[in-house]
Design a protein around this ligand. Structure first.
Ligand SMILES: *Cc1c(COP(=O)(O)O)cnc(C)c1O
Length: 497
């Protein structure tokens, strides 16, 4: 199908083109021209053949690729997930299931999309007979960078350069990136926070002189951030999967509504849930969970998006974000696709750090969305209680979602079946999880992982255990205004290490 820009709905290009492009020239994000409808019966049949089938079915509705090609892609992407689990549902309480999205190679939900995106980019290069190679630039709050590099490593005709905030990621996340292997990957720390890194990358994409320069050297620039349409679509699939799986398992009757509760940073994951709803998955509420950086929770509660506030580093670093890029896609739909208005808001945000929506729109949002935040002590307490009560270990991001779900339930009394998205393996954040469980403090992440393993009688995942012996390959640091210099260096090396 074609996609259009959130800042100019007359600007229309094929979806697979958008996968190559990342962001629109006008600074807007690409969104589907319309929402295709899911055939729930067909999806129920597909679910019996596995996650890969459902995922291909959902993607086929958006992308100009046939089912044969898409099932090949999804099998490539997901067959290697640990234990063959792609998005298993774990029942915690009578009204809540946890959907585990962290069984991929980098132990975070980012793998769900980033094991697919590089393959889509390869397909797009072929489809459009593109002569240039693709250079992917990506800002990361911790998990995207690792997952993107793992997805792109040694994929022909692609290279990837990742920017992460120097002091804004967890120790294990930093080590994960610094030890990344692959001939076509680069990593650069940024002196600033995630928003600085994300803004820096965005401004490179919209700098036409820079884009031209890259092109002259044989590279088209693209993005692996959730602003890329090709990242969003694979994420829609697991919400469809969760619903039809629950129907197939007899937990739900077809047509029954569910809630999805999602720990939110850049608004990509929960936006995918919204897209699933627009495709016809029966949803009662989408519960948006923020950490202490509660810009989104405030926005949903009072209609004002305001980044003029203190930025906190939390134990859920992948959600330490003040400018949630993908909210723009929701605003576009909320306003019935008022591109000019969206453009105005986004410009206001860039200029003065805030914008407000009308009361009518606020009420309209509240019909489908509920939002709240979870502070640091609540996060730790939720990890502790969830383990005590259910013997189930969760990471700090998942804990934020679980905590907000509990608040929602207490406040509304709603007992609709709720699927809580679990976005990372707890061993990615061993120090914080251990401290939450029994108060032990240690500076050493590996020691913490071993202690956690002993305490909970669960194994340290191989991806963590092997890190300790890997050499650090990346140590570049750039000032936040100097990202173009780092990209130019990477281009000069031909997109190689
Ligand atoms: C990226 C990430 C999030 C936030 O997802 P968004 O799509 O940015 O809202 C939550 N948890 C984990 C573990 C993540 O890696």
């Amino acid at each position: 199908m074609d996609v259009i820009s959130t800042r100019d709905s007359n600007h229309k290009i094929p979806a697979m083109r958008a996968v190559l492009k990342g962001i629109s020239d006008d600074g807007g994000l690409f969104v589907p021209e319309y929402f295709p409808q899911i055939d729930i019966d067909a999806a129920c049949r597909a679910v019996r053949q596995g996650y890969q089938e459902v995922s291909a079915m959902v993607m086929a509705q958006y992308l100009e690729l046939d089912m044969h090609c898409l099932t090949k892609i999804t099998h490539n992407a997901y067959d290697g997930f640990r234990g063959g689990w792609v998005a298993p549902l774990v029942n915690l309480t009578p009204n809540a299931d946890v959907m585990e999205l962290f069984h991929g190679p980098t132990l975070a939900f980012k793998d769900m999309a980033l094991q697919v995106l590089p393959q889509l980019i390869s397909q797009a290069l072929e489809l459009y007979d593109e002569k240039d190679d693709v250079m992917v630039l990506t800002a990361t709050s911790g998990d995207t960078g690792k997952a993107a590099m793992e997805g792109f490593r040694d994929v022909p005709r692609t290279s990837i350069l990742v920017f992460y905030p120097l002091n804004g990621v967890a120790p294990m996340q930093k080590l994960h990136m610094a030890t990344q292997e692959g001939k076509n990957v680069g990593v650069c720390a940024v002196e600033g926070n995630f928003d600085d890194a994300q803004n820096g990358v965005k401004s490179i994409f919209t700098d036409s002189a820079f884009v031209r320069e890259a092109k002259q050297r044989g590279f088209v620039l693209s993005s692996a951030n959730s602003i890329n349409f090709g990242r969003l679509i694979p994420q829609v699939a697991y919400y469809v999967y969760a619903y039809v799986k629950l129907v197939e398992d007899g937990v739900l009757q077809c047509g029954d509504k569910v809630n999805f509760c999602v720990p939110t940073g850049n608004f990509g994951n929960i936006l995918a849930a919204y897209y699933a709803e627009r495709m016809g998955i029966p949803v009662n509420k989408l519960i948006c969970a923020s950490n202490r950086n509660n810009v989104l929770a405030d926005f949903f509660q009072n209609g004002r998006y305001d980044t003029r506030r203190e930025f906190f580093r939390t134990m859920s670093p992948s959600m330490d974000i003040l400018v949630s890029s993908n909210l723009e896609r929701l605003l576009f739909e909320l306003t019935d696709r008022a591109d000019v208005l969206v453009d105005e808001w986004m410009k206001a945000l860039g200029r003065s750090g805030h914008y407000s929506i009308s009361l009518t729109m606020q009420n309209r949002l509240a019909e489908l969305f509920y939002a709240d935040c979870c502070m640091e002590d609540e996060t730790a307490d939720t990890i502790h209680r969830t383990y005590e009560d259910y013997g189930y270990l969760i990471d700090p991001h998942t804990a934020v979602a679980q905590c907000v779900y509990e608040k929602y339930k207490k406040q509304t009394g709603d007992d609709t079946l709720t699927v809580v998205a679990s976005t990372a393996n707890p061993y990615k954040f061993p120090q914080d999880v251990l401290r939450a469980l029994n108060g032990t403090q240690t500076e050493d992440a590996f020691r913490a992982a071993d202690m956690l393993s002993e305490l909970t009688n669960t194994p340290v995942p191989e991806q963590i255990a092997c890190l300790i012996t890997k050499p650090v390959l990346h140590a570049t640091v750039a000032e936040k205004d100097h990202l173009p210099v780092a990209v130019r260096d990477f281009i000069e090396r031909g997109g190689k290490q």
